[in-house]
Design a protein around this ligand. Structure first.
Ligand code: CP
Ligand code: NVA
Length: 308
């Protein structure tokens, strides 16, 4: 049996494959907007396993898979034997003997890696504590859709050192853009998780305003990610000042855009005037999850398709 392709981090694709996915996503989106059906995955079933909450990931994968002519199975981990301790490897063998592709949202990256190790079919990381590759795939696609190639640009990240940031760092080395990162004291990037190439694309700043200076894309995320609820109060204190407001945006490039994976907390990591303002791409960014992931689902199941 051929080993299936997985998408557990962005690095599971080559740079050429990422460019293919962006191109294919644009093609899929344009076709959908023209009202032309595209049933490349008819008779295929996507199983989705959620151990954490979701709005965008669930809706984008489910509607996207249905639009491609496929079927979807939604599994809340709490309703399955996973919650009662069935080993991941056993669950993986069983689900992958019936479904054609699996998407998992969970806590530890090690869980999706173990699942993929025993799976007969492709496995997609729909967010772990460590990475959120589907979101950054859609984010880069969105930036490029509005502003052209991201290569050579600077992306400012202001806030927590979380799953989104590490996926952005992966993307920076692959697509050759700079990451300007400002995180509060005590929330430094874990250097041991970065490759030399990633280090070479990273610049850290004590002051969030310095991180924003000249950036073409300014982005942030919640101060406390899912699973960090116990630290909420402490984080509300520690992250004061690490937010994106009008002053931060004014320091970016003249055509800078604001992005946020959502859900957002207005008045915490982002001000209402920025997220709801003219530089914000957050709604199209959310919609583009679906177009980008449709390209990804097709790619993992069928390889590269002709995009005319
Ligand atoms: N951005 C994102 O992944 O959103 P959900 O948590 O709603 O899926
Ligand atoms: N960093 C956030 C992203 C949510 C989509 C979290 O993990 O909760």
């Amino acid at each position: 049996m051929m080993k299936p392709r997985h998408f557990l981090t962005l690095n599971d694709c080559s740079v050429d494959e990422l460019h293919y996915l962006f191109k294919r996503a644009a093609w899929i989106k344009a076709r959908l907007k023209r009202g032309e059906p595209c049933h490349t995955l008819s008779d295929k079933t996507l199983a989705m396993i959620f151990e954490k909450s979701s709005t965008r990931t669930r809706v984008s994968f489910e509607v996207g898979m249905l639009q491609l002519g496929g079927n979807v199975l939604m599994l809340s981990a709490g309703d399955t034997q996973i919650a009662r301790g069935e080993p991941v490897k056993d669950t993986s063998r069983v689900i992958s003997s019936m479904a054609d592709i699996v998407m998992i949202r969970t806590y530890a990256q090690a869980m999706v890696e173990e699942f993929a190790g025993y799976s007969r079919v492709p496995v997609i990381n729909g967010l772990t504590d460590e990475y959120h590759p589907c979101q950054v795939l859609a984010d880069v696609f969105t930036y490029q859709e509005h502003r052209g190639p991201i290569t050579g640009k600077a992306v400012a990240w202001i806030g927590d050192t979380n799953n989104m940031l590490y996926s952005w760092i992966n993307a920076s080395a692959m697509l050759n853009f700079k990451m300007h990162v400002s995180t509060p004291p005590g929330y430094a990037i874990d250097d041991s998780r970065l490759t030399d190439a990633e280090h070479a694309h990273l610049e850290t700043f004590a002051d969030p305003l310095d991180a924003a200076r000249g950036a073409s894309l300014i982005t942030t995320d919640v101060w406390a990610s899912m699973g960090m609820e116990a630290e909420n109060e402490k984080r509300m204190r520690d992250f004061k000042g690490w937010h994106v407001d009008g002053e931060v945006m004014s320091l970016g490039a003249p055509d800078a855009v604001f992005m946020h994976c959502l859900p957002a907390h207005r008045g915490e990591e982002v001000s209402a005037d920025v997220i709801d303002g003219p530089q914000s791409l957050v709604w199209v960014e959310a919609e583009n999850r679906m177009h980008a992931q449709k390209a990804l689902l097709e790619f993992l199941l069928l390889g590269q398709l002709k995009t005319d």
